[in-house]
Ligand binder design. Structure first.
Ligand code: DLL
Length: 433
């Protein structure tokens, strides 16, 4: 089923026309209501009338996270305070958090894109949906909540954490869908076994997992652990929250809701526009937002876009799973590596569990990487020889695929700290000194 067939299956030309109309009116709104943008556009000699079609998008300047920080907290709002009905914020690891605001119409639009996302995963009014993303300033909990209510599902607003209670309600209420981070889903799956809960009592059929990068190997593990079909959902607070893009049943990339969020892929070094299929930084122009419209927002997420038709019938472009964020890339002895690449290598082994930590340090002026990964109980109790064999295989695979020599530490199940929200997979001690 398609939630909004008109917008999700539009002819591409018709969609581009709609996008053009929407950016035209958006640029006018920010020009007259946001001093920051008026100044920026005036400096570039651009007037609202210069933006007429979607082809004019590239004339416009980028917006960065730093611009949001510089205008903290409300400097980029395009409507008076009375029209703001909700505030969310992302907890910045460095500097001030990023604040985003919503009008009543923004909340309606957000609910609509999340409703479309859930429909893509086959979730409907007859489902019981456990929302285990954090509720609060983070957009995950409330974002999924409103979308699930819109499609008429019965929502369990349990938020993140409290794992035993999650499992108890999953059984007692018969949850058929769950939304949380993939790392927490892996933990819930493991806790099911620890609590000796009979799988027959679990009714889950779909999981809506996102907010952090995760690999196909992680998907396989979660699907086995929880006995459901795992779907990827993407989003970021600056653009709206979860529901910017979502996988359909073909699981062939995430469809971007392009009638609201106009995507581009750029070369992160030069800012140059890249064609479909090229790897680069994802940029979004959320053209219909009232409270905080942004022009060409640089997400720092690295991925590719594909425009070939999808079997599901939607004409919206698809984005590949994110490789990671440009600022998450580790440079170890000159080798560029993303945690997700290491995750792929680790989890393709049958003996490993989806819990790992990458510890980067500097010894004698040389970068060193230690990979800690948990090993299934039964393998851990095996002979030392077998464990040593596994350690060597992981080492060799990392070396051959990534060109990196890492020290591998196999640890017992339960050793690595579990996350209830976004997982912290990297401990970069180089940054601490
Ligand atoms: O993480 C919104 C969200 C909530 C998305 C629940 C999906 C589900 P922020 O806290 O602002 O918003 O973080 C946004 O998280 O720029 C990506 O780097 C990362 N991210 C989000 N979804 C995915 C995903 C929410 N499916 C940042 N795959 C983004 C990879 C993701 N990374």
């Amino acid at each position: 089923m398609i939630w909004n067939e008109h917008h999700e299956c539009m002819e591409r030309e018709e969609l581009r026309k709609l996008q053009g109309e929407r950016i035209r009116s958006m640029v006018e709104r920010v020009y007259f209501n946001v001093p920051f943008y008026r100044r920026k556009l005036q400096d570039m000699g651009i007037e609202p009338g210069d933006i007429r079609t979607i082809d004019d998008l590239q004339k416009l300047p980028f917006t960065t996270k730093q611009d949001l920080r510089d205008n903290y907290p409300f400097g980029l709002f395009a409507v008076p305070q009375q029209e703001i009905v909700r505030l969310h914020a992302s907890s910045g690891t460095t500097g001030k958090s990023t604040v985003v605001g919503y009008t009543h119409n923004d909340i309606l639009m957000w609910s609509e894109v999340v409703a479309r996302s859930l429909t893509m995963a086959g979730i409907s009014g007859s489902d019981i949906m456990q929302v285990a993303y954090g509720y609060g300033l983070f957009t995950g909990g409330l974002g999924l909540h409103y979308g699930a209510e819109k499609i008429g599902a019965s929502v369990i607003p349990i938020s993140g954490g409290n794992t035993k209670k999650q499992l108890q309600l999953m059984v007692d209420f018969g949850s058929t869908a769950i939304a949380c981070t993939p790392s927490y889903a892996a933990y819930l799956g493991e806790a099911l076994t620890e609590e000796k809960i009979d799988r027959k009592n679990i009714k889950l059929k779909a999981g809506i997992f996102g907010a952090e990068p995760w690999t196909e190997e992680m998907r396989t593990q979660i699907e086995q652990l929880l006995g459901l079909k795992a779907y990827d959902i993407y989003g970021l607070s600056e653009v709206i929250g979860p529901g910017v893009s979502m996988e359909c049943w073909c699981q062939n990339g995430m469809h971007i809701f392009e009638d609201h969020f106009i995507p581009e892929i750029i070369n992160p070094e030069t800012g140059e526009l890249l064609p479909y299929g090229d790897l680069g930084e994802l940029v979004f122009t959320p053209a219909t937002k009232e409270a905080m419209p942004l022009i060409r927002y640089r997400t720092r997420d690295l991925t590719r876009l594909h425009a070939e038709p999808c079997e599901c019938g939607r004409t919206l472009v698809r984005m590949e799973k994110c490789v990671g964020r440009s600022d998450d890339m580790l440079i170890i002895r000159g080798v560029n590596v993303f945690p997700s690449q290491i995750e792929s290598v680790l989890l393709e082994m049958n003996e490993t569990k989806p819990h790992y930590l990458l510890v980067v340090d500097r010894e004698n002026n040389l970068d060193v990487l230690e990979i800690q990964v948990e090993v299934e109980e039964q393998f851990f109790s095996d002979e030392v020889k077998e464990l040593e064999g596994l350690r060597r295989r992981i080492h060799a695979n990392i070396a051959s695929l990534l060109g990196l020599s890492a020290s591998i530490r196999l640890v017992e199940p339960g050793t690595i700290e579990r996350s209830m929200g976004k997982a912290q997979r990297v401990l970069d001690k180089r940054k601490l000194t």
